[in-house]
Write a protein that binds this ligand. Structure first.
Ligand code: FMN
Length: 469
């Protein structure tokens, strides 16, 4: 008998996009990469099978609704088209059924924006997929950041940042009304005796007359296993964090330095409580790129090989879309430790503090882009199973987070390496589960691990929209 408290089991999520690559532009040229053939459905069904066999909690699909056109801009699509940086890109909703058909317990998080599409249509799509996956679907709520998307959806420019969140707030009200309040659980009876499919008195139209949305409708599907999909969010601004801590059940944080993240994490957990929710009703995941092999040398050699395929123009293209800063406006030799916007300088300062051997080096544009080219602005964990596990453990301990959003350079190879090399080490340390808690587990149960079922927790704001007599 030992008195040791059981170790916290980490949440491990694969991070990808329905595009030729996600955060590592240019790797579509690598012979081992299958993500470049992004419209090959067998790539996606194989990936889903691999992730489920490896007991990943879920596959998270990022999404954008336009093209990255800030770099060498304005409105220049050439760098994104030539590098294949998050473009072309398909609709992630349409991948899920196929992947659900070849898996039983892997969850799927889909990014969907509240800025352009209508809440009634979005509620229907999530309900449909929650039925087809048997409760394995999640919604990464974003408000979108590309001007090109705003123009595509008929606006001259993006809706101002904080107003996007005000709209998102109302958007969710409509969605909760539809998903939580339009049907009673026992409304659909398929009764052969009476010949009635549903009981009309147990289904009602919801009404919403708000500032941004109007909806007077009966939700089009009967309640699914989760009703409301598991909610994820990544707000970083004041408005974004307020939204995330109120609604989300898992939150993603960028950031390289676990100590800095710790402050964020503590503040986030306090804010969750201020919304009347329990602190552990929201799981916090950090994005990280993992390249693991038998030894440090082998893993480092892989990373250096990937660097040969990296497309630095593609990295500049992504950076332009994320920050609205056009790096082509700076000289080749400028030192970004001292020039550029605050966002660039703070990124460079964090890198120089966390990457050994970079003291005193000049952070030229090329150097900055090399850092971004594999895994974007996320930290990297490269090395043997022990090295990577130590790095991740440090993150968990110092930052106080619950797990990771794991990105790749080449797919599915990097995920297979995690399963082969890293998982045994994590299991030896008691921090990764052996299997899903049950076959066919819902996303909410899988991520929250609190044994409280597939529906929204009682302290979540969505429950206020339930139909109670
Ligand atoms: C790990 C991570 C993944 C994200 N994925 C997406 C995405 O797929 N699509 C998107 O439009 N925004 C995405 N975002 C951006 C966030 O939704 C959010 O806009 C950003 O973190 C800035 O926060 P703010 O909106 O509060 O200013 C992501 C952010 C992070 C940190």
């Amino acid at each position: 008998m030992t008195n040791e408290t059981p170790k916290k089991k980490w949440i491990m999520n694969a991070f990808a996009m329905f595009a030729p690559g996600h955060l590592s532009p240019g790797q579509w040229k690598h012979p081992d990469d299958r993500a470049g053939n992004y419209t090959d459905l067998t790539y996606w069904t194989d990936l889903a099978r691999i992730l489920e066999a490896g007991k990943f909690h879920g596959l998270f699909l990022a999404d954008v609704l336009g093209i990255y056109d800030v770099y060498k801009g304005p409105a220049n699509s050439t760098p994104a088209l030539e590098s294949g940086s998050q473009f072309p890109i398909g609709d992630p909703f349409l991948l899920i059924s196929a992947m659900a058909a070849v898996t039983k317990s892997l969850s799927f998080a889909i990014t969907a924006s509240t800025s352009y599409e209508n809440p009634y249509a979005t509620a229907r799509k999530f309900s449909t997929l929650d039925h087809l996956t048997k409760g394995r679907v999640g919604w990464n709520i974003v408000t979108s950041y590309l001007d090109s998307a705003a123009k595509a959806f008929g606006l001259d420019e993006q809706i101002p940042h904080d107003e996007r969140y005000a709209r998102a707030e109302e958007y969710l009200e409509v969605v909760y009304k539809l998903l939580e309040g339009s049907w009673k659980d026992d409304a659909r009876v398929q009764d052969l005796q009476t010949g009635k499919y549903s009981i009309a008195e147990k289904v009602r139209a919801i009404e919403h007359n708000g500032k941004y949305y109007k909806c007077n409708a009966t939700h089009q599907l009967h309640p699914s296993i989760q009703r409301t999909p598991f909610i994820l969010q990544a707000g970083a601004s004041t408005a974004g964090k307020n939204f995330a801590t109120k609604h989300s059940e898992a939150m993603f944080l960028p950031g390289l330095d676990p100590h800095k993240i710790r402050k964020e994490v503590d503040a986030i957990r306090e804010q969750v409580v201020s919304h009347g929710r329990s602190a552990d009703s929201l799981k916090i995941l950090a994005g990280v790129l993992v390249i693991v092999d038998e030894t440090d040398e082998k893993a480092q050699a892989k990373y250096e090989e990937y660097l040969k395929y990296a497309d630095l123009e593609g990295a500049a293209t992504l950076f332009g879309g994320w920050t609205n800063h056009d790096l082509s406006k700076y000289g080749e030799d400028d030192d970004f430790k001292f020039t550029g916007s605050g966002a660039i300088q703070s990124m460079v300062n964090t890198w120089s503090a966390t990457i050994p051997g970079t003291d005193g080096i000049k952070w030229t544009r090329r150097r900055v882009l090399q850092e971004l080219a594999i895994g974007g602005a996320h930290p990297r964990a490269i090395g043997s199973p022990q090295t990577v596990a130590d790095k991740l453990q440090k993150f968990i301990d110092e930052a106080g987070i619950d797990g990771f959003n794991l990105s790749y350079a080449v797919s599915p190879g990097n995920f297979e390496d995690m399963i082969k090399y890293l998982w045994p080490e994590l299991r030896k340390r008691g921090v990764f589960w052996d299997d899903y808690e049950k076959e066919g587990i819902s996303m909410r149960e899988s991520y929250l691990g609190d044994g409280k079922g597939a529906r929204l927790r009682e302290d979540h704001p969505g429950v206020n929209y339930r139909w109670v007599d």
